[in-house]
Design a protein. Sequence first.
Length: 195
Amino acid sequence: MAENSLYPSFGVVSYTSVYGEHKMTIPTRDWNAGIGTNGYGGYLGWDESTANDALDMWTDLITDVAAFALATMNFVNVTIYKMAAPNAPSIPVTQIPLNIVGTSTATTQDKATQSTWNFRSTLFGVYKLVLLDSPVGTGFAKTFPATFGAPDLAVIGGLTDFTKAWSARDGSPPANCHSKTYTLNDKLRREYGMA
């Protein structure tokens, strides 16, 4: 396996905030056109026995993530890509409509922010899930699992469920969320005319 490869499959979630358009890349196990009942294929879970419909798996995760987005944010769709080998080009195979809007009612800083859930995989690799333009309610202080509320635990539970097919870039499943961090994203600050 090539270091840091997205092989064999990944999804790119397109989403918009009131400030701009963003993309979130999430690696998975191999996408299979023959799995699933909604016409978008699916994935075999890490337990090797659970078949996951792609529409259902992506909708469940992004609905949990939407708890950290304002109602002005819309998760539009996810484009699924496959790779024939770790160094091969990525080929788009399907696009799943999402149209999931944020459900957070927070009134804290959201413009140009970056929230990151930090995990270790079962092979001790790094796995990160990043959400941009998400309200920050902690004054940018790092938070830890002991203080996580139900919305964070839902995101973590979905990503670390071995019946699902989420993957780290080392080819193993996310296994342990050790922190959540918050920062201002300098690229977005420049893009939004804040710097």
